[in-house]
Structures are given as structure tokens and as C-alpha cells.
Design a protein around this ligand. Structure first.
Ligand code: FAD
Length: 291
């Protein structure tokens, strides 16, 4: 189906993009990779009066460690994230997730900013960014602000982003010594959205105990979910089987799935439990220098 007609703008600066968004007062949408937005427009689930295509805005695509952060420009394609040596070496959850999103065509077009800001509970990067305690840098007519990923998602397709704001960068605290993260996704077939998926990020202290942990869940609720109680239960622990099992149970408790064609509620909660157990083990192995 063709989408309804719309005006199209291709600004060449961020300021111009924001001005256009502001002028259209909620009737305009940012167009990044178009992999979610255009599909929704064709299905008439989204009917923006104008598209503000940010692909000609310079300096929005990069992946680099800088000071205390890994900085990822919003226009970075998902494939570029996956191809980054830094991401492969130190940000396992992002490496895992970016390799499992959809298919190569979608990953070539789809952007980190689009995936993070769309608000689809099935998108894979938000749970990773929550686990990694990322901040989203957004810019609007009144300047820029940072929103923690853990506070960004309000309901399905509803986020803290205002209609006249552009997500410009995702910044992840730099992975120091003893850090490891992983993402495990259960899908019905390759390229599908997750039935359930779990992101784990942790840091081991000098004594080998877990100093800090973060756990995010994909597609088991109206939004990506930060499983705070599960993550907190790991802090200060050695990571033995009983401790991990307790955290996995708390992660399953945090999930709020609905039964659908991917499975019933109890099955999805159980998948969160099993996947948390396995993903914590992967993150610990990576924190100790493994892959
Ligand atoms: C067949 C198929 C399968 C898929 N499977 C998966 C999957 O398994 N896992 C997964 O995570 N994703 C999946 N996706 C979604 C894909 O990852 C999308 O590319 C992504 O969700 C959106 O990125 P985009 O750059 O294409 O954004 P767009 O489609 O351009 O935009 C999506 C939304 O985000 C807004 N937006 C985009 N960029 C910005 C910005 N910088 N600032 C403010 N707002 C912005 C847009 O206005 C729009 O509302 C799939 C898509 C398809 C078509």
C-alpha cells in the first residue's frame, strides 16, 4: 500500500532539521533509515504530514571512544555498529544485538538513533543501552539535554523525546577493566523480532566479585524493561549458580509479556529466566577476557 502524501524536507544542518520539526508542531517525523517509519506509513499506522530526512545532516555517524564514553552518532547504521572493532572488543552486548537485528538490508539502512528512538518494544538495542546505562543526547529548539536510556521508554512507541527534538548521540560509559556484556535473543527464525531477549552488562572488582550489573529485557512488555531488582541482586556477589538463579528469577518477575503468536506468557517469562542465566555467564566470561 502507498502511504498518504506528505511533504519532504532534506535539511543540511541539525539546526535546520530542528527548526523544521518545530515549525510543524508535532505533524512532522524525522526520517533516518526509514526501516520502521516507512513501513508504518504504508500500513497507515503513522501519517506524518512531513518527513524531515536527516541523512544530509553532517557529523551524525561515528563510533568512537572519547573520554569517559563510547559515543555513537545517531545516524550510525546498525551494520557500522556491528563492524566496529571497539564494539566487538569491549561492548559485547551491542556487538551481539547489532548482528541479530533483522537482515543485512535492514541493518545497512537502519540507524542506531532510529532503533533507539522508535520505542518499539521489539527493538533490540534499547535493552542493551539500558543494561549499559547509556545516555541519549537530544537536541531541540532550546538546546540539548541528556536522557538516561533507563528513563526514556514510557509506553509502546511513546518515549521521552519531544516532537521537535532530534536524538543526536548515544553515549555509553566506557568499558573499563573487568567489564563484560552480552545479549541473547530467542527468535522464531533468523531475522525475526525477539520472542524474548536479555542484555547483561557487569563489572568485576579486583576481588573477582560482581561490583556492578545492569540487565535489560526486549519484547516482554510494552517497552524495553530495565530489570533493576535482578541487576541489584548480582552486585557484591561472586556469581555462583544460586546467586545467578535468584537474579534470573527476579528478571522473569520484571517481565510483563502478553501471550501472542510468539508464545504464551509463562513461556516468555521462563525464557527470560533461562536467557538471563546464560547471558550473565557470557558477560562474566567476557569480563574475564573471554569471548
Ligand atoms: C523486516 C524488518 C525486520 C526488523 N527486525 C528487527 C529486529 O529483529 N530487531 C530490531 O531491533 N529491529 C528490527 N527492525 C527495525 C529496524 O531495526 C529499524 O531500522 C529501526 O527500528 C529504526 O531505524 P531507522 O533508522 O530505520 O528509523 P526510521 O524508520 O527512519 O525511524 C523510526 C522512528 O524513529 C524516529 N527517529 C529516527 N531517527 C531519529 C532521530 N535521530 N531522532 C529522533 N527521532 C528519530 C522516526 O521519526 C520514527 O518515528 C526490523 C525492520 C524490518 C523492516
Amino acid at each position: 500500500m502507498y502511504p498518504p502524501s506528505f511533504d519532504y524536507y532534506a535539511p543540511t544542518s541539525l539546526e535546520e532539521a530542528i527548526r523544521l520539526l518545530d515549525q510543524h508542531q508535532g505533524e512532522a517525523k524525522v526520517l533516518a533509515g526509514g526501516q520502521s517509519l516507512i513501513g508504518m506509513m504504508k500500513l497507515r499506522l503513522a501519517q506524518p504530514g512531513a518527513l524531515i530526512d536527516i541523512n544530509r545532516v553532517p557529523n551524525l555517524a561515528y563510533v568512537r571512544e572519547d573520554g569517559a564514553f563510547l559515543r555513537i552518532g545517531a545516524l550510525t547504521r546498525i551494520n557500522e555498529l556491528h563492524a566496529s572493532d571497539v564494539v566487538r572488543a569491549r561492548y559485547g552486548a551491542l556487538f551481539d544485538a547489532s548482528g541479530e537485528i533483522a537482515d543485512p538490508t535492514v541493518r545497512n539502512w537502519g540507524t542506531v538513533g532510529g532503533n533507539a528512538s522508535h520505542g518499539d518494544p521489539g527493538n533490540d538495542l534499547p535493552a542493551c543501552l539500558m543494561a549499559l546505562d547509556a545516555q541519549y543526547q537530544v537536541q531541540g529548539p532550546k538546546g540539548s539535554r541528556a536522557i538516561p536510556a533507563r528513563q526514556f521508554y514510557q509506553d509502546s512507541f511513546v518515549t521521552a523525546l519531544q516532537p521537535n527534538e532530534v536524538l543526536t548521540e548515544v553515549s555509553v560509559p566506557k568499558a573499563g577493566a573487568g567489564s563484560g556484556s552480552a545479549y541473547s535473543k530467542m527468535e522464531r527464525k533468523v531475522g525475526d523480532f525477539a520472542t524474548a531477549a536479555v542484555a547483561v552488562s557487569l563489572r568485576l572488582g579486583a576481588d573477582g566479585a560482581i561490583a556492578k550489573a545492569g540487565i535489560g529485557l526486549t519484547n516482554v512488555g510494552p517497552t524495553a524493561i530495565y530489570a533493576a531488582a535482578a541487576a541489584d541482586a548480582l552486585a557484591g556477589k561472586s556469581g555462583n549458580a544460586a546467586e545467578v538463579e535468584r537474579a534470573a528469577g527476579l528478571a522473569a518477575d520484571a517481565a510483563r509479556p502478553i501471550g501472542d503468536n510468539r508464545g504464551p506468557v509463562d513461556f516468555k517469562k521462563d525464557m527470560v529466566r533461562v536467557w538471563t542465566r546464560r547471558t550473565v555467564a557470557s558477560a562474566i566470561a567476557r569480563a574475564k577476557g573471554g569471548h
